[in-house]
Structures are given as C-alpha cells and as structure tokens.
Design a protein around this ligand. Structure first.
Ligand SMILES: Cc1cc2nc3c(=O)[nH]c(=O)nc-3n(C[C@H](O)[C@H](O)[C@H](O)COP(=O)(O)OP(=O)(O)OC[C@H]3O[C@@H](n4cnc5c(N)ncnc54)[C@H](O)[C@@H]3O)c2cc1C
Length: 299
C-alpha cells in the first residue's frame, strides 16, 4: 500500500513527487513519459530563474531533480482506470494494478485530433503532433501546419528554419497567436497563410503526399510531405470517471488541489485552474502534494 500515487511526470507530477519524497511519503509515480508537454516546447522564456531554456533541457533538469530521490517510477505505462473504494484508491494500468491512500492526478493534456480521413493511417508517417520532436525530419520539404494559436505558430517558426515551404492552414479568419509570432511568420517568404480554410483529407502512399483543403466553398489540393496538427489539446482525464469535471473534461479543484473525492487531488493542466503554464503546474503540484501529506497525517 503506497501513501501516494502520482499519475504523470510533467511539471505538476514531478514537483508533487519531489515534495512527497521530501515529506518521506511512500510514493509511486506512473507516467507515460518524463517531462510531459515541456518536451514539446522549443523555447521557454517564462520559467523563473531561466532567461531562456529549451523544453528538452528543462525536462532533463526536472528528471535529474526527481532522480535525486528514492521514488518508485513506472515510465511508459498508461493508467486506464481509477477507482475509489473504502478510502483506498485503486489504479489500473496497462501493466498492473496499484493501491494507495491518496492519489494526485497530474496527467496534463493530450493533442486534439483533426478527425479527418488519413489522419490515423499516416500518423508518424508524415502526420505529427510535435514540431519540436519531428520538424528536423522535414528538411527542405513542403509541409502544412494546421491551427492558428501559439502552438501552430511555434511550429511554423521552428519549420521556417528547416522546411522549404510552410502552408499555415487555419479555420478562423485571423491568427490568434501572440502578435510577435504572427509578425515573424508573416514576414517570412516561406510561409503561405490560408485563413478560413479547413483540412478535409490527408492522402499519400507509404508517407503523406498531400492534403485536401476547403476554402470559400472550393476544394484545393496541396502537395506536402508532412502535416503538423496544432489545434489545441484536451485534458487527459478520461481514466477517472467519478471526480467532478467541467464540460471540457478538466477536473474541478479547490485552492488546496482537492477534488470532490477525499484523498484524490489533481494538479496542473488537467484541472480547471486557468493558466496552463509550466510554473503554474509546478506550483499546483507542490500544493497537491502538501495537501496529500496533510490528509494522510489526519488518517
Ligand atoms: C508547444 C507547447 C509550448 C509550450 N510552451 C510553454 C512555455 O513556453 N512556457 C510555459 O510556461 N508553458 C508552455 N507550455 C505549456 C506547458 O508545457 C504546460 O502547461 C505544462 O507542461 C503542464 O504540465 P502538467 O504537468 O500539468 O502536464 P503535462 O506536461 O501535460 O504532463 C502530463 C504527464 O502525464 C502523463 N500522462 C498523461 N496521461 C497519462 C495516463 N493515462 N497514464 C499515465 N501517465 C499519463 C504524460 O505522459 C505526462 O508525463 C507549452 C505547451 C506546448 C504544447
């Protein structure tokens, strides 16, 4: 029986685990990866103490901090179900079943899919959701980026250094990303912006060869070797049915990171806390861990 199980090792889960270790809690971490969405960010300029750090570097620093402590870590596993019976939390994963007195859900967010023909078929064969991970694979190629927010523009700016031509395809009539990013993209002769445009289909042979878009009621084929889907994300909260969530699936928490179920806490991007940022997720992870410690102390 663990004192605490932490689901996720992004900024929230790692910070929660570090706090748990310092409180000498018997803590098990179950996670798909270490770093979470941090790995997807190319440039981070708003994490206190660092003027500039890449996401991969920050994730490495988080990992090193975590590894200073003796914590049980299950990386590469996926939680399928969380249940709460008689004051005990049961966590079922693809590889096993675990129990704890308390749980912190820090599972963050996962990329939203386009839902068009060819998306699943060509996933990892030209269809990607991570520019930071995959952009170098598209050197000198023509590619498409789908979306108009900060993630899409971040992907576009990265690709400007690598790809030949970038079609930025967005359903809205204007890009919603930070103006500084939009200005940089608009200033590049590599970037062609399609507003009011919708991707209808992704096609290819072994790899992506093109996309079909619809604009002003007309269909158009673009020849591209890759498509970066950057249309936002959804909270990774499906595995927990009983906790209260808002209409988008974000878990409701109070200022102590408590959910509606005693002993179950949540932190970071998976919650309804408004600012989805690394430093906020870290702070919430710390709070959740201290709340779990208080809860156990009162048992
Ligand atoms: C492209 C991009 C750029 C960004 N740039 C910045 C920036 O410059 N500055 C900034 O402050 N923020 C930035 N962000 C936001 C920031 O990355 C997030 O706010 C932060 O990572 C949230 O941390 P988290 O721990 O809550 O969740 P996440 O980072 O999403 O981590 C979730 C963790 O949970 C695990 N997980 C999920 N589901 C399961 C499951 N079922 N079973 C087991 N494990 C699971 C994942 O593997 C992962 O380890 C950026 C985000 C993106 C996508």
């Amino acid at each position: 029986m663990n004192d605490l199980i932490v689901i996720g090792a992004g900024p929230a889960g790692i910070t929660a685990s570090v706090y748990a270790a310092r409180k000498r809690m018997n803590c098990l971490i179950i996670t798909g990866d270490i770093g979470g969405q941090t790995i997807l960010s190319s440039d981070i300029e708003n994490y206190t103490g660092y003027h500039f750090i890449t996401g991969v570097e920050l994730a490495q620093k988080f990992r090193e901090h975590l590894e200073q402590f003796k914590l049980e870590l299950k990386v590469g596993d996926k939680v399928n179900l969380v249940k709460h019976e008689d004051g005990i939390v049961q966590v079922r994963t693809e590889k096993g079943e675990y129990q704890a007195k308390t749980l912190i859900i820090a599972s963050g967010r996962i990329p939203r899919k386009l839902g068009v023909e060819g998306e699943d078929e060509f996933k990892n064969r030209g269809v990607t959701y991570c520019a930071t991970c995959d952009a170098p694979l598209f050197s000198e190629m023509d590619v498409a980026v789908v979306g108009g927010g900060n993630s899409a523009l971040d992907a576009t700016l990265q690709l400007m250094k690598i790809a030949n031509k970038i079609y930025l395809v967005d359903v809205a009539d204007r890009l919603r990303a930070d103006p500084i990013m939009v200005e940089k993209a608009k200033g590049s002769n590599k970037v062609i912006i399609y507003n009011n445009a919708k991707v209808k289909q992704i096609s290819g042979d072994k790899f992506v060869q093109g996309i079909k878009i619809e604009r002003d009621g007309k269909e158009e084929d673009l020849t591209v070797g890759g498509i970066f889907i950057e249309i936002g994300s959804t909270p990774a909260s499906e595995f927990v049915k009983d906790v209260a969530k808002n209409e988008t699936g974000e878990i409701f928490v109070n200022c102590r990171c408590e959910t509606n179920i005693s002993g179950i806490f949540a932190a970071g991007d998976v919650t309804d806390v408004p600012a989805k940022q690394i430093i906020v997720a870290c702070g919430e992870g710390a709070k959740a861990s201290l709340s779990a410690f208080d809860y156990i102390s009162r048992l």
